[in-house]
Design a protein around this ligand. Structure first.
Ligand code: ASP
Length: 585
């Protein structure tokens, strides 16, 4: 038997017992007459002691030869510790070792296995198995496991069935490029890895499964923006005979359950904002509502004076930044520089100081008297002591610029408390979104999303006005999940494909199976998918999903530990009937 106990469980109740522990050497202190070794495993750290005067020479020699991260088995008696360590559960005891076996020696690790390691991210990723020995990473993986289990428990209790769907499939359009896998048995043909199990879960509904879920890997070959992974995990769900309301209620329940079980937080009913409201109030379809600073539109109260910039703007919109009147001129100038950075792209920023005494001082005093500025304050909800920041220009751009400013200011003012959770639904998304590059409309969610009842005809006349029963779950400024009610009849689906620019042949080749299935009694259905990596990171109060993934890829999509992607042998290429165009590399 390698161990009688773990390194995390012994305490004063075990004093006098003979025990055997196995684990990694965390730390060694050798004072000559006494050697102390911290032994670590998944469960904790226990102090071993070797008494040079009372132990056989070989035992002391063996203890002296230990290095960091050696794997050892130690047997001895549990005794009460003289200098106790209240910081750890085993801090009241130690083991006087009588027998020591080195199970596996270790090279000196390339970084310290400590909570605050000296290892940079690249090094830690290359030796991820060592990184996983560190408490924060280990705890994150255990945390993820707990979330996972609670999801399974909740959904299973609600009657959802976990069904696996295949990975070697055909393209599922979720808006990214496919990862493709060449087929050896069918030279020149390729599988695509699923961007999501979308079509399969719909087919499960046609198959009568009624309530499906799966915790599943999805693959999207996108240029990686910060903190995205080419393979990621979804909690993927679908239900039959449901309307949007049924789905929102079910998954609000799941989210509430997780917040309760994992974070011990009770949240009330989730607010709902339509997409249009979210854009108008926050300039963003995933608003962070932990703090206010709602947008106040100022066109009506700012376009009647001689200020040309505002008079020519499609939208003038401001936010009241709480207690920010105390900002110095220099700080405000820096803020103006910040909004003018190319990443944000504003032309400039007008500001109004709302002084404690009720007076105003603005950067446009020349054009606007105090009674105008008082109206701006009213529209933005400003209080004395606030600073009103105003941007203007083309509606969509200004909204996204002011949204960026709102988030930046919230960050600077410490308003983004990771321990606070403010979930909301954003509903009624547009069905379509204009794509500059291809010069046509694309499905905003995916092409299986149903337009709202009665809006199909608008497709021809006013495509951008068509709304869908499509919804996102947003927590603290992150889109955590998204889904929709689906089209479940062949004619509408055909029309959609046609509208989105698929020729009938393409639609048939790619999705013929789905349209065929719709001819055999397809129930009304809809669903949702949560990004599990992101959800876990948010519940864990963290920003980076990489920390919650055992073996993540880096920002260039590489696994630096196993060194993938990699070239393959010519023989493999030949078998797959593939030729690599080296010039394209
Ligand atoms: N398949 C969708 C996605 O991955 C989710 C859904 O519509 O259920 O975003």
């Amino acid at each position: 038997m390698y161990r009688t106990h773990t390194c995390g469980e012994l305490n004063e109740n075990h004093v006098g017992q003979q025990v055997t522990l196995s684990g990694w050497v965390q730390k060694i202190r050798n004072k000559g007459f006494m050697i102390w070794v911290d032994l670590r495993d998944r469960y904790g750290i226990t102090q071993l002691i070797f008494d040079a005067e009372r132990s056989p020479k070989e035992l002391i020699e063996k203890a002296t030869s230990l290095g960091r991260e050696f794997v050892v088995q130690a047997t001895g008696e549990v005794i009460e510790r003289e200098s106790k360590n209240p910081a750890i559960p085993t801090g009241n005891i130690e083991i006087v070792v009588s027998d020591l076996v080195v199970l596996s020696p270790s090279k000196v690790p390339p970084f310290t296995i400590e909570d605050n390691t000296d290892g940079g991210e690249d090094l830690r990723m290359k030796y991820r198995y060592l990184d996983i020995r560190r408490t924060p990473i280990r705890e994150h993986l255990i945390f993820r496991h707990r979330v996972n289990m609670e999801v399974r428990k909740y959904l299973s209790d609600q009657g959802f069935i976990d069904v696996e769907t295949p990975y070697l499939i055909k393209s599922t359009p979720e808006g990214a490029r496919d990862f493709v896998v060449p087929s050896r048995m069918h030279p020149g043909q390729f599988y695509a890895l699923p961007q999501s199990p979308q079509t399969f879960k719909q087919l499960l509904m046609v198959g009568g499964m009624d309530k499906y879920f799966q915790i599943v890997k999805c693959f999207r070959d996108e240029d990686l923006r910060a903190d995205r992974q080419p393979e990621f995990t979804q909690i993927d769900c679908e239900m039959a005979f449901v309307e949007q309301e049924d789905i929102l209620r079910t998954f609000e329940g799941l989210t509430r359950h997780l917040l309760q079980e994992i974070n011990g937080v009770e949240v009330g009913d989730f607010p709902r904002l339509t997409y249009d409201e979210a854009m108008q109030k926050y300039g963003n379809d995933k608003p962070d509502i932990r703090f206010g600073m709602e947008f106040g539109e100022l066109n009506q109260v700012a376009q009647h004076r001689d200020f040309k910039i505002f008079n020519e703007a499609e939208l003038i919109v401001g936010i009241a930044v709480p207690q920010a009147n105390s900002m110095t001129r220099k700080e405000i100038d820096q803020l103006i520089e910040w909004v003018k950075r190319p990443q944000v792209g504003a032309q400039g920023m007008v500001y109004v100081r709302y002084n404690e005494d009720g007076s105003f001082k603005s950067s446009v005093d020349k054009f606007y008297p105090a009674e105008d500025l008082a109206l701006w304050a009213e529209k933005t909800g400003a209080q004395p002591g606030d600073l009103i920041c105003v941007l203007s220009g083309e509606t969509q751009k200004v909204r996204s610029q002011l949204s960026a400013l709102r988030m930046e200011l919230a960050e600077r003012l410490g308003l983004r408390n990771p321990k606070e959770f403010r979930p909301l639904w954003v509903i009624d998304f547009p069905l379509l979104e204009w794509d500059e590059e291809s010069g046509r409309y694309h499905a905003m969610h995916h092409p299986f999303t149903a337009p709202k009842p009665g809006q199909l005809d608008l497709l021809e006349t006013q495509p951008s006005a068509v709304r869908a029963n499509a919804y996102d779950l947003v927590i603290n400024g992150n889109e955590v999940g998204g889904g929709s009610i689906r089209i479940h009849d062949q004619a509408t689906q055909k029309k959609m494909f046609d509208y989105l620019g698929f020729t009938p042949e393409e639609a048939q080749a790619q999705f013929g199976f789905l349209m065929e299935a719709f001819q055999y009694g397809a129930p009304p259905h809809g669903g949702i998918a949560f990004g599990l990596d992101r959800l876990v990171a948010i519940l864990g109060g963290q920003e980076t999903i990489r920390d919650f993934i055992a073996f993540p890829k880096n920002n260039a999509g590489r696994d630096v530990m196993i060194d993938a992607p990699a070239t393959i042998h010519q023989a493999q290429l030949d078998e797959l009937a593939l030729q690599v165009n080296t010039e394209a590399e």
